[in-house]
Design a protein around this ligand. Structure first.
Ligand SMILES: Cc1ncc(COP(=O)(O)O)c(C=O)c1O
Length: 361
């Protein structure tokens, strides 16, 4: 464990996230449950059925399938879309999770080719989609574009993209790993976003903060096929309730707080942007997340943060990444942790951070 990680785990309070990801996440969710509730068996049972159906209904989709991971759910969604058209080519943003975090699963397991739309500095547009020359079966859009810091297209642009894809018979899939988190910015319901897409993936351990798990939503036939693929992938665990029960529990608690997380993210970004050499991306967040970019090396920032954590007992991040041009950055994702801090504690933290960065040059 490096220095930053060591000091971070000893912090008592945090800026980022919903608090430490320890096993209390699981035990809290089960605390008041009747132990006689039957477990689900291979994708069937009261809990899993109700959970899938309720989300599908709320999103305006015919059906839903619970998966142990989004990685599995999305590769399967794209494979089904390709099989339907017999075209094994899809398009998405260069920073899509599938492109940079899944060890080429889509390409190695399914021989699906990927076309990268737009570039790393901006979101993909309808123009990018219209400029694709070769046949494709599917386009994936990620809301928000996480690896850029969490940017979002306008709702009107999504509507245009959706119309175009429908006209051209292109399957439009939503990577909604953080979809609950962006609803306050769009001021839209889950359904108003999901109806624009043929299939949707949602996650339960990002802003929702449960143990793990995902749901794939679509029409009946799509979900029927997705269940077969889930079996092929080894994702049809005999029981998935250890994931579903916490997902359900934390959705009830945290979905009503998404607006607060978003407002807090904007407030915090505004404070950070006042520090010289610090900038957030987006400058004004459009969800609970953003990137903090800082002039100077990773080593220098690590030094400053170790001192900051020692003096305040408040952790900010344990994961700093290098950027080109002598900068580094880290991701911020606001949840319950920040709500536990008083305003004066946050102000003091920012003031000390500012001073440490000045003295650390
Ligand atoms: C945007 C996005 N899509 C997909 C995934 C994959 O989710 P999972 O970890 O459940 O496989 C992630 C996980 O971080 C993500 O951030």
């Amino acid at each position: 464990m490096d220095d930053l990680k060591k000091v971070y785990v000893e912090c008592k309070q945090f800026i980022n996230g919903n608090g430490p990801r320890n096993i209390s996440i699981l035990t809290e969710a089960f605390e008041d449950l009747d132990t006689n509730i039957s477990s689900d068996m291979y994708g069937q049972g009261a809990w899993i059925d109700a959970f899938q159906e309720e989300l599908a209904r709320e999103a305006g989709k015919e059906a839903g399938v619970f998966f142990p991971s989004g990685t599995m759910a999305q590769q399967i969604a794209l494979r089904i879309a390709c099989d339907r058209k017999k075209i094994y080519s899809i398009a998405y943003h260069p920073l899509a999770h599938l492109e940079i975090h899944e060890q080429d699963g889509l390409k190695k397991l399914h021989q699906i080719k990927t076309i990268l739309l737009g570039d790393q500095e901006r979101l993909l547009t309808l123009q990018d989609i219209k400029s694709i020359e070769q046949p494709i079966s599917c386009i994936l859009i990620e809301l928000p574009q996480r690896e850029m810091g969490g940017y979002l297209p306008d709702y009107a642009d999504l509507v245009e993209i959706s119309k175009y894809c429908q006209e051209k018979g292109i399957h439009l899939h939503l990577d909604g790993a953080r979809l609950f988190e962006v609803l306050p910015y769009y001021k839209k319901t889950l359904q108003e976003i999901c109806v624009l897409f043929d299939s949707v993936y949602l996650s339960f351990y990002k802003g929702i903060g449960a143990v793990a798990g995902a749901v794939l939503l679509g029409n009946h036939n799509f979900c029927k096929e997705a269940k077969v693929w889930k079996r092929r992938y080894g994702g049809d665990l005999i029981s998935l309730y250890p994931y579903i029960i916490p997902a359900n529990y934390y959705m009830d608690r945290r979905r009503p707080l998404m607006e607060t997380y978003y407002e807090k993210a904007k407030d915090l970004a505004a404070l950070l942007n006042k520090i010289q050499g610090v900038a957030t991306y987006p400058q004004i967040p459009v969800s609970n997340m953003f990137h903090v970019s800082i002039e100077g090396s990773r080593e220098k920032l690590t030094e400053a943060l170790v001192k900051l954590y020692h003096s305040t007992g408040i952790g900010f991040t344990n994961n700093i990444k290098e950027k080109v041009g002598g900068q580094c950055f880290f991701e911020v994702s606001i949840g319950d942790a920040l709500l536990k801090l008083e305003d004066h504690e946050i102000d003091n933290f920012i003031k000390e951070f500012d001073e440490l960065l000045k003295n650390n040059k």
